[in-house]
Design a protein around this ligand. Structure first.
Ligand code: PMP
Length: 310
């Protein structure tokens, strides 16, 4: 017994095919060393990329962010853009999945059980596929709390790097679970709103849409897509879409709050710290934005052709 109060998760994710160190294997057999530096220290980086009809959304920005994350921690990415895209297409084909998420993980690899990065021998890439659940959209909105866990400042661990170390995020998530909420909002060291453990956040107030600026957040790809859709002129009621600091009051007082992320897509927030947001229902701007995002995914805007092995 572990003493954990959480129910054991169902292991349905371990079906299908995974990629590990140059080979495609049944996911249940694709294992890393007990001396792997990501397992021991979270010493590595990752990306999650959505695909629809076997086409990846925004593969390039995801790849670029992975390169930046690896450079930040002085880790040599063992495969280049074309090799990773070929691998990703092949993995989708072997799993025979049309809609889902690709996760690419890079670890500094097996080494001595010492956190000295020079003690790891060879970086390794692991990739897995997750199917998109059939009825993904939560209809009642997401209930959030403002967590006491602060987002790491850039001089501790730059949040722009998407690293395998998610201890900071898990602390915030545990607070949300403890409070009976769906997820947590982390503030930065200066009590500005930063982000959720796996999403960026936006407010809408009298038509002005605001999201926190670079500094204490991961610069999400879905966040960038949302900003460009909001600035396209196609979404009625948007006066301005801007990057600016927000405090908890701005969240509580907003007409609409929504979150963005590869896994979540665009989802509205119904409640924060026991305060109903707007009417507590899906608001007009997030509703239009969410449709525009889904249409972009369906149409294949910004997609890189996927699903074939060559
Ligand atoms: N912030 C954090 C901490 C995340 O892990 C994620 C998910 N990758 C996001 C924001 C959203 O980023 P993206 O839209 O690129 O998935």
């Amino acid at each position: 017994m572990t003493g954990s109060s959480h129910p054991a998760p169902v292991k349905d994710h371990a079906q299908g095919i995974a990629y590990i160190g140059g080979r495609f294997l049944p996911a249940a057999e694709a294992t890393v060393s007990v001396f792997d530096h990501s397992f021991l220290y979270g010493d590595g980086a990752f990306e999650s990329i959505v695909f629809r009809r076997r086409r990846f959304y925004a593969f390039e920005p995801h790849y670029n962010r992975l390169v930046d994350s690896c450079r930040y921690i002085k880790l040599d990415l063992p495969e280049d853009h074309d090799a990773l895209l070929r691998m990703a297409n092949e993995l989708v084909r072997r799993n025979d999945v049309d809609n889902g998420y690709l996760r690419i993980v890079v670890s500094r690899g097996e080494g001595y059980p010492l956190s000295d990065p020079r003690k790891a021998f060879k970086p390794i890439i692991v990739a897995t596929i997750q199917r998109e659940p059939p009825n993904k959209k939560p209809s009642n909105g997401i209930r959030l709390i403002v967590a006491s866990t602060r987002r790491t400042p850039a001089d501790s661990l730059d949040p722009r790097a998407k690293l395998n170390n998610y201890g900071n995020h898990i602390m915030a998530k545990l607070e949300a679970i403890g409070a009976g909420a769906d997820d947590a909002i982390m503030l930065d060291r200066n009590a500005n709103v930063a982000e959720l453990p796996g999403c960026n956040i936006f407010t809408v107030s009298r038509g002005v849409v605001t999201t926190p600026p670079a500094g204490s957040i991961l610069l999400g790809i879905t966040r960038a897509t949302a900003l460009s859709l909001l600035r396209s002129g196609d979404i009625k009621g948007v006066v301005q879409a801007r990057e600016a600091h927000l405090g908890p009051l701005d969240l509580y007082a907003a007409d609409e709050v929504f979150v963005t992320g590869t896994g979540t897509g665009i989802a509205f927030v119904s409640e924060i710290d026991g305060r109903k947001i707007g009417e507590g229902k899906m608001g007009p701007i997030v509703s239009q934005l969410s449709t525009a995002y889904d249409n972009a995914l369906e149409r294949g805007d910004n997609f890189i052709l996927g699903g074939s092995s060559n």
